[in-house]
Write a protein that binds this ligand. Structure first.
Ligand code: ZN
Length: 93
């Protein structure tokens, strides 16, 4: 999913799926809703799983940290264009 040599950050995604392995809850978050976890547009996607906890599990006194993250990117077509441009740069160089 990531651009070559470039780490995907929150600013690149339109929404994020958070699934809790402990209770099975799954929900989609908007990046704005993740601010309560200290997540900003510059937060790498790889750091999300360390920051987000399942509030339902927390309410029951469980860790709620066994979550998996999926991201929906803002514009997949833009990503494809970027890769095409990198290819042509490589041909020129
Ligand atoms: Zn949970």
């Amino acid at each position: 999913m990531a651009l070559p040599g470039r780490e995907p950050v929150i600013a690149h995604v339109v929404s994020i799926s958070v699934e809790c392995a402990d209770c099975g809850r799954n929900r989609w978050w908007k990046p704005d809703q993740l601010r309560r976890f200290g997540v900003t547009g510059n937060t790498p996607l790889a750091e999300l799983s360390g920051r987000i906890v399942c509030s339902a599990c927390r309410a029951e006194g469980l860790p709620g940290s066994t979550i998996s993250i999926q991201a929906a990117f803002v514009d997949e077509r833009q990503r494809v264009r970027s890769e095409a441009r990198m290819l042509s740069d490589r041909e020129v160089g």
